[in-house]
Design a protein around this ligand. Structure first.
Ligand code: DX5
Ligand code: ZN
Length: 220
């Protein structure tokens, strides 16, 4: 089961409600919300009020990607604001177990996110406590960056690691995904596919979601 998760980072924030309706119409199942603090990553985006607004405006699962320093301090509030899924970066949180179990006990799915050059070893011990891993295929901070192709081999190794240990952990891929590479990502083991610019920089975001789903089906 493949979930297409458009990232609102590239949406028109003045028309967020309409943008959400469009991706629902296109068959998206998840909406990805990128939270950046200007410290962990060199950009600042949105926070709790926007998560609340998105929650109130859509029936899609709200997937909150925290690109903030020490995210564990904030996870409960992001669940209370309406996140169905919350991910924290392995590079940003010294108390990963606590952050992940807090997300779960607050009632959301827990994810651990990992940057392109961080070894998989860094999240191995966290696998028993997560529902999904966010494998970054760009350096987090901005939409519209080029897909880093070494992420595909890393994705295959992560899939194998998860399957060998018998964990029920899904892999989300985030960054630079479009119709040219989505099938490779799915074939390598990704099940939740984030796409920002490929969806919202298209004049017809609903059709862009359909195009991604059709391209994803090519290799599987
Ligand atoms: C990058 C964000 C991504 C971003 C993806 O820091 O985590 O979710 O919005 O955008 P595209 O699909 O344009 O790379
Ligand atoms: Zn993201």
């Amino acid at each position: 089961m493949i979930d297409i998760a458009p990232s609102i980072l590239s949406a028109d924030f003045a028309r967020l409600g309409e943008e959400l309706k469009a991706i629902e119409a296109g068959g998206a199942s998840v909406v990805h919300v990128d939270i950046m603090d200007g410290q962990f990553v060199p950009n600042i985006t949105v926070g709790l009020p926007v998560v609340k607004a998105v929650r109130g405006a859509t029936r899609l699962l709200v997937d909150t990607h925290l690109m903030i320093t020490e995210p564990g301090r904030w996870v409960e509030q992001f669940v209370e604001a309406g996140s169905s899924m919350v991910s924290v970066h392995v590079e940003a949180e010294p108390h990963l177990h606590r952050a992940l179990t807090t997300i779960k006990s607050s009632g959301a799915q827990a994810g651990v996110a990992i940057n392109p050059a961080t070894p998989l070893m860094a999240l191995e011990e966290a696998l028993p406590f997560v529902d999904y891993v966010v494998l970054m295929s760009v350096n987090p901070g901005f939409g519209g960056q080029k897909f880093i192709r070494t992420a595909l081999d890393k994705l295959r190794r992560l899939r194998r690691l998860i399957d060998e240990r018998g964990f029920k952990v899904r892999i989300e891929i985030d960054g630079g995904i479009d119709t040219s590479n989505i099938a490779e990502a799915v074939a390598a083991g990704a099940e939740i596919i984030v796409a920002g610019s490929a969806v919202f920089n298209n004049a017809d975001p609903a059709q862009a979601v359909r195009d991604l789903r059709n391209s994803a089906a090519q290799f599987v």
